[in-house]
Design a protein. Structure first.
Length: 455
C-alpha cells in the first residue's frame, strides 16, 4: 500500500455547490499548497489549523479562483499526515482546474477511502472505526447514525481490545508452562484459567446477543404488509409513509408487485414492503406475486397481516395467515370505521390492533406497537450501549468465542499447553480481524473500496 505519495481528491460531491473542497494529504501537502495558493495578506509562513483567504493561481499568475485554505500539520489531522484543504467555489470546472494544478505539481489522485485508509495505517483509528465512517456517511436514520457514531468513537473497539488483553493474559500463563514444562500446571491454576475464560466467553456472547438490535438499528427493520386484495394494504402503507406512493384502487389485485419504502418510526428505521395480495389465482402475474410474498415473509422481521374487519374472513385471508406461519405477526384489523364482523378463532390468537386507515383511528397505536416491540425510542440505544451491528464483526466474534470454548474444553480435557496456546492464538486472531491488527489485505481492500472518493 503506497504511502509515499501525496494524495489529492475532491472532498465534496461533484456537481454545482456553494463550496467545493479539495483535500491533500502527505509529505508534499504544504509545498503543493504554497505553490498554487497566494494569501491576500503577506503572512510569511502558514500557521497550522488556520483558515486563510487568498487566490489559487496558475504558474504564470492568472487567477483560477478566490478561495479559503487551511493547512493541518501532522499529527493533528484526519490522516495523521500533513493535510491541506482548499475551499473553492463549488463548480466542476474550478475544482477540476485546481486538481489538475496539484497533480501537475506531483500529487496523485486518491483512491476511494484512501484518506481513511491512511488514518488507519497511521494508527489514528482502527478498522472498526474506519468502517463506522462509511456507515455514518450512509446512515439514513438517526438510529443508524447513533450506532455508527458510537462505533466511530471507539466503543466497540474498546470492548474488543479488552477481550484481546484478557486473552493475551491467558496465553502468557499457558506459555509459561511451555517454557517450563517441568512445572506441571497446578489444578488450582487450571481452575482459575477456566473460570477466567468462562467469564470472558460469557461477555463475548453477551456482545454477540446485541447483534439483532444493532442490525435493526443500522439496516432498519423489515416490515412486510400482507393480506388479501382490497383490505387496505396500499392505503396503510401510504398513511405510514405520510404520502401517496402506492397506487390505491377499488379493483382487487392492483398492487401487482412489491413496493419497498423506508421510513423512521419513533427513531426506528423501517423498510416497509407492500406485497401483492395473497390469493389463489390462475393469473400468472398474480401467482408470481403470491410466491414472492411467501418468500418475503421468510426474510421479514415483522409481518403486518391486514384483514378487512367489516367483512367475513375468507379463504384468501386464511391463505395469508398460512403464509406467515413461522413469522412474527401483528394482525391489523382495518376499516374500523365500518360495522365489524367477528374474527374466527385462528386470527384471535394473534396480537392485534384495530385501525381505520380512512379515519386515521388506531394508526398511532399501531405505530407504537411496532416501534415498542423492537425497542424504538429515538434510537438512543445505539448511543449508550455497545452494539454489534456489522456481519463481519459478528462472524469474527463468533469465531473468537468458539475458539475460547475449545480452549476451555482443552483445559478440562488436559490438552498439552502447546494446543491450548494454539486455541488462544486463534482467539486473538479472530478478535484482531475486527479492529484490524490481524485483518488480511484482501479484507482491508474490500472495506476501503466501499468508501466514496475523497474520504
Ligand atoms: P389493497 O388492495 O389491500 O392494497 O387495498 P387498498 O389500499 O387499495 O384499498 C382498497 C379499498 O379499501 C380502497 O377503496 C380504499 O379506499 C378502501 N379502504 C382502505 N382503508 C379503509 C378504511 O379504513 N375504511 C374504509 N371504509 N375503506 C378503506
Amino acid at each position: 500500500m503506497d504511502r509515499e505519495h501525496t494524495i489529492v481528491a475532491p472532498a465534496t460531491p461533484t456537481g454545482e455547490g456553494g463550496v467545493g473542497i479539495v483535500r491533500l494529504s502527505g509529505e508534499a501537502a504544504e509545498g503543493l499548497l504554497k505553490k498554487i495558493f497566494r494569501p491576500t495578506a503577506d503572512i510569511g509562513s502558514l500557521e497550522s489549523h488556520r483558515l486563510y483567504h487568498g487566490f489559487v493561481q496558475e504558474s504564470e499568475g492568472s487567477v483560477v479562483d478566490e478561495v479559503m485554505a487551511v493547512l493541518m500539520r501532522k499529527p493533528r489531522s484526519y490522516t495523521r499526515e500533513d493535510v491541506a484543504e482548499i475551499h473553492c467555489h463549488g463548480g466542476p470546472v474550478v475544482m477540476r482546474r485546481i486538481l489538475d494544478l496539484l497533480v501537475e505539481g506531483g500529487a496523485r489522485i486518491a483512491r476511494p477511502g484512501e484518506f481513511t485508509l491512511r488514518a488507519f495505517l497511521n494508527g489514528r483509528i482502527d478498522l472498526a472505526q474506519a468502517e463506522a465512517v462509511v456507515e455514518l456517511i450512509r446512515a439514513r436514520s438517526e438510529a443508524a447514525s447513533h450506532v455508527a457514531l458510537g462505533q466511530m468513537e471507539g466503543r466497540l473497539s474498546r470492548a474488543i481490545h479488552g477481550f484481546r488483553e484478557r486473552t493475551a493474559d491467558f496465553l502468557a500463563e499457558v506459555e509459561a508452562h511451555i517454557d517450563f514444562p517441568e512445572e506441571d500446571i497446578q489444578p488450582a491454576g487450571f481452575d482459575r484459567l477456566e473460570k477466567g475464560a468462562r467469564h470472558l466467553q460469557d461477555e463475548m456472547d453477551r456482545l454477540l446477543a446485541t447483534f439483532e438490535s444493532g442490525r435493526v438499528l443500522r439496516e432498519g427493520l423489515a416490515v412486510l404488509i400482507l393480506g388479501r386484495p382490497n383490505v387496505g394494504k396500499s392505503s396503510l402503507m401510504n398513511v405510514l409513509l405520510g404520502e401517496a406512493r402506492a397506487i390505491v384502487t377499488d379493483i382487487p389485485g392492483t398492487t401487482r408487485d412489491t413496493l419497498e419504502e423506508s421510513l423512521v418510526l419513533h427513531g426506528l428505521p423501517l423498510r416497509l414492503v407492500d406485497t401483492a395480495g395473497v390469493r389463489s389465482t390462475t393469473d400468472p402475474v398474480e401467482a408470481e406475486g403470491v410466491r414472492r410474498a411467501r418468500d418475503k415473509v421468510a426474510s421479514a422481521d415483522l409481518v403486518l397481516l391486514v384483514v378487512d374487519g367489516s367483512r367475513q374472513v375468507g379463504d384468501e385471508d386464511r391463505l395469508a395467515l398460512q403464509a406467515c406461519r413461522d413469522a412474527q405477526v401483528l394482525l391489523v384489523v382495518n376499516k374500523g370505521d365500518l360495522p365489524q364482523v367477528p374474527l374466527p378463532e385462528a386470527f384471535l390468537d394473534l396480537p392485534r390492533v384495530t385501525v381505520s386507515v380512512r379515519s386515521g383511528e388506531g394508526i398511532a397505536k399501531l405505530e407504537e406497537t411496532v416501534a415498542g416491540r423492537f425497542g424504538g425510542d429515538g434510537g438512543t440505544e445505539g448511543r449508550e450501549t455497545t452494539l454489534l451491528s456489522d456481519r463481519r464483526h459478528r462472524e469474527a466474534l463468533l469465531r473468537a468465542s468458539q475458539c475460547l470454548g475449545v480452549f476451555r474444553a482443552g483445559l478440562t480435557g488436559n490438552s498439552s499447553p502447546e494446543f491450548l496456546a494454539l486455541d488462544l492464538h486463534e482467539t486473538l486472531d479472530a478478535l484482531g480481524e475486527i479492529t484490524g491488527e490481524t485483518a488480511p489485505d484482501e479484507i482491508l481492500e474490500r472495506i476501503f473500496t466501499r468508501f466514496c472518493i475523497g474520504k
